[in-house]
Design a protein around this ligand. Sequence first.
Ligand code: SPD
Length: 285
Amino acid sequence: MPIQYNEFYNEQTGLTVGVKKQLFHEVTPYQTVEVFETDTWGNLMTIDGMVMLSEKDEFVYHEMMAHMPLLTHPNPETVLIIGGGDGGTAREVLKHPGVKHVDMVEIDEAVVRASKLHMPGVGDFDNPKLHVKYENGLTFVDGPKEVYDVIIIDGSDPVGPAVDLFKRDFYEKCHVCLKADGVLVSQTESPFVEHYHDSIRSVQRAIDSLFPIAKLFLTWIPLYPTGMWSMSIASKQRDPLSAEVLENIDARIAPFADSLKYYNKDVHAAAYALPGFVKQMLEAE
Ligand code: SPD
């Protein structure tokens, strides 16, 4: 009898992955963290039964979450990651030679432990520029004022502890934490999954009212529900599609271009092309 992992995103419709064995299972004070060895995707981490990353497709999500905002900022040195305990987003951020300090605020140390144990290629946890703090990101942003160049919200889905990461109050606090030319990005779920529409609109409307520049972009992540994934970006000064951003991408990624499997200058620009149904969803009440 084959063992399978299933994530249903609409009644009986969802994702099926063949499982060889379970490597990690822990019910923490916050959630259930699991890692499976799969037949096709390498090791796969789930939280509360929802896919967070697999070793084979994580590069898409992490390259987009890191390089879209960092290349929009003129000279990112200080970066805050909320969530991101598997370490993949921090790994990509740390490829930028100008980055001096990364705070990664992860509520659940079990996520970091599971990643270190069973996804050793994902994180860059020994990098001295990385400072891991086991705290609640929602309250962490109450403190710092104009400290960060870039904030990346790499939380889980808008159920359980992550639900407030999709609310306006949180983005108001992030706005205060960012410097005058700061840039923020947040993962905002799939536009194809109707029950996520309110969360996507909530983030977009919050950042649109707080920042002069706010946009949605899309990417493709095979193991996330429907594969089509959105991310929201907000900037205090620079437009991610401006000539000053686009003209400098090739030179700025040159030191680590060989390590990139998804992000490049063409992808940076094309990601902002939104299909009609996504635009309509954003405008709906
Ligand atoms: N359903 C997928 C939501 C993914 C959110 N974050 C994933 C963590 C990877 N660093």
